[in-house]
Each structure stands twice: as C-alpha cells, then as structure tokens.
Design a protein around this ligand. Sequence first.
Ligand SMILES: NC(=O)c1ccc[n+]([C@@H]2O[C@H](COP(=O)([O-])OP(=O)(O)OC[C@H]3O[C@@H](n4cnc5c(N)ncnc54)[C@H](OP(=O)(O)O)[C@@H]3O)[C@@H](O)[C@H]2O)c1
Length: 212
Amino acid sequence: MKLCVIGATGGTGIEFIKLALERGHTVTALVRDGKHLPAPLVRAQVVNGDALDPKPVSLAVQGCDAVVCALGARLGQPPGTTRSGGTQVLVDAMRRSGAKRLIAVSAVGATGSRANQSLASRWILPMLIGKPRLVEVDLQEDIVARSNLDWTLVRAPRLVDGAASGQVRAEVGLATNMSSQLRRADLAAFLLDEAERPKFVRLTPTVVSLKS
Ligand SMILES: NC(=O)c1ccc[n+]([C@@H]2O[C@H](COP(=O)([O-])OP(=O)(O)OC[C@H]3O[C@@H](n4cnc5c(N)ncnc54)[C@H](OP(=O)(O)O)[C@@H]3O)[C@@H](O)[C@H]2O)c1
C-alpha cells in the first residue's frame, strides 16, 4: 500500500514508519525537521513542511491508499491549535486529492470517551494534561467525524515507549482508568492493521495495552 503519515517524527509516527516499511509498504512522511527522523527510516519518502501549510500536506497525501495522523503538540509544549488546524488542513487536502481512508490518533479524555473513564480519571486527567489540550482533541474529533472520509479515530490512553507487546484490547466504549496505557509500538501496529484491514470505519475505538 501507499501510506502517508502526518506527525511522522513523533514517537508513534516513527514506530509506524518502521513497521510499515518492514511490511513492505511505501511510506510518505510529512516532516518539518528532517533531523527528527532516525537514519534507518530514510527509505520513507519525505515531504518537508508544516502540517498547517496546505501545499506540502496536499503533496504528501497525493495517491495514498491510507493516511495516518499522529499529529500533536509534544507533551510539555503549549497545545496551541496545531492538532485541530492541522487536521482541518489534512481533511481538506484528502478531499481534494480523492484519498478516502484516514486513521487519526485521538485521546482518552475526549468528551466522547468520558462516560467510559473511571471517575478518578475523568477528574484527574484534565488537571494532568490541561483542558486546552482536551479542547483540541474534541475539535479534531469533530473535524474528522464531520468529514466524508472513511475515518477511524483511535482513542489512546497514556502512551509509553518499549517494544511491541502484541497484547492490546481495542473496542468502542472500552473502559479506562488512571493506569490505562498503550505502548507506542502497539499503537503503531494497530494503526497499520487498520490501514491494511479496516475494522473500525467511522468508529472511535479505544486501544489499551493488556501488559504494562
Ligand atoms: N503522549 C501521550 O501520552 C498521548 C496520549 C494520548 C494520545 N496522544 C496522541 O497520540 C499521538 C502520538 O503521540 P506521540 O507522543 O507519539 O507523538 P509526539 O512524540 O508528541 O509527536 C508529535 C508529532 O507531531 C508533529 N507536529 C507537531 N506540530 C506540527 C506541525 N505544525 N507540523 C508538522 N508536524 C507537527 C511533531 O513534529 P516535530 O518532530 O517537528 O515536533 C511530531 O512528529 C498524538 O496525536 C498525541 O497527541 C498522546
């Protein structure tokens, strides 16, 4: 498949590219600073540019069978409006190019996931990560859900590094609590599986690791 990834230089993006190349796919990565892409991933085709700039984003999604969005302000940085703004630019670019399949990483804490969060998580999470970040997640979900694309919004709990465990649970409405977490490598595998064999089209699965 010809795959495109936005947010390619983040922890999840890098794991996704690594796995997609291993499985023999062609990957186009939108990258604003090439230094953030590890050398072994040079086989990916790189489009240089910012996610808020329609030109490089249009170029990156051209001819893609599926687009993965793992875009976000890095933790510790102010959330700004990159997530929502970049998602809108991406959806518009996909509409123009005719690309239909979008798999976007969202987060537990989105309004739609609150009913399935434990009481503690519902109260503590906004304090830990800040309400503006969750507002951005809601805006992104709204933009994606209102698009005419074949979308999947993957709600991730706290992301951690480490080798893929291959042991995840993915369900719409999955209950989460303060200890829920997901390895980025497992998230990347879920995103790629979903690109190859769509199971959650126009759905919002929550994915958690079964192993800490
Ligand atoms: N961290 C968590 O615990 C957690 C929990 C739930 C959901 N999530 C979400 O899961 C996804 C992946 O998270 P992660 O921690 O693996 O990612 P990350 O390491 O925070 O990486 C974010 C990516 O977005 C890119 N980016 C930010 N602004 C951009 C812009 N204006 N133009 C182009 N690229 C831009 C960054 O590029 P640069 O390298 O150029 O900065 C980087 O590639 C994100 O959507 C995140 O919000 C995270």
